[in-house]
Design a protein around this ligand. Structure first.
Ligand code: PRT
Ligand code: ZN
Length: 225
């Protein structure tokens, strides 16, 4: 365990959020001594430690109070939150700010050539997804009884492989759907990256540092608008 007085921030180690997260910290004046291999990176000019993990681990680390802050896609955050709530857990955290990167949507897609009339078309259809909780919430609202096919990756090939009739996956440009002969028919969730804080109070010093960072983030994002 590192020094308790240092603010701990969980960031994605490698992936679609990592470059933007690192850039944001830099723009906020936080100098980090990055070492590719290291789980923890240290700031040289502020009492901040960066925990570098898989994005899927970030919500739980914040919910459990292991780290003070985290930057995570809202899709992963809400999926984990719903999963824990379904398991009977009380989930607490503070959402400090939505960030202006990591934008994508979670969408339902079907074979390009299949006609589509509306969400009722998914009745009794098997849908492949890595986001079973977000999908279930949407389908419950729409009162559509579908069949689940959980896949952690390669969701877009499930229809061609005859594992499912449709998919529910993240889309940004739409090129992946296109390349797999699929068409987007319903957007079920819109997501961006966001900054979250653990629920239990921080020390006055740590909270002051969080407030300072938040003000700087607001400044950086307003300047970019
Ligand atoms: O290794 P680790 O677990 O940390 O990373 P990961 O592979 O689980 O996540 P990563 O790095 O792929 O994505 C991190 C976060 O970026 C996601 O949770 C989203 O919040 C956000 N994001 C933004 C995206 C996309 N855009 C995106 N396009 N995440 C994934 N995709 C994938 C999508 O799953 C599909 O395979 O890109 C493909 C579609 O892209 P288009 O442009 O072809 O439509
Ligand atoms: Zn992940």
């Amino acid at each position: 365990m590192s020094d308790n007085n240092r603010l701990r921030i969980a960031l994605q180690k490698k992936g679609r959020l990592s470059t933007d997260c690192n850039e944001l910290l830099k723009q906020c004046g936080v100098k980090i001594n990055w070492n590719e291999q290291r789980l923890i990176a240290y700031s040289e000019n502020m009492p901040i430690d960066i925990l570098r993990v898989r994005d899927d681990d970030i919500p739980g680390l914040v919910f459990d109070g292991v780290v003070d802050l985290g930057i995570i896609g809202e899709n992963v955050l809400e999926e984990e939150e719903l999963g824990r709530q379904n398991a009977g857990e009380v989930v607490e955290y503070k959402k400090l700010r939505q960030l202006d990167f990591g934008g994508c949507r979670l969408s339902l897609a079907i074979d390009r050539d299949r006609p589509y009339h509306g969400v009722q078309d998914f009745q009794n259809q098997r849908i492949a997804t890595s986001y079973p909780n977000l999908l279930r919430r949407y389908m419950n609202e729409k009162q559509v009884a579908y069949k689940n096919c959980f896949l952690n990756g390669s969701v877009e090939v499930a229809p061609t492989a005859n594992l499912a009739n449709a998919i529910c996956d993240l889309v940004s440009s739409g090129a992946t759907l296109e390349a797999n002969g699929l068409k987007e028919v319903e957007v079920i969730y819109k997501s961006k990256a966001c900054l979250i804080q653990r629920a239990d109070p921080l020390s006055a010093e740590k909270q002051a540092l969080v407030d300072k960072l938040l003000t700087r983030i607001q400044g950086v994002q307003q300047a970019a608008e």
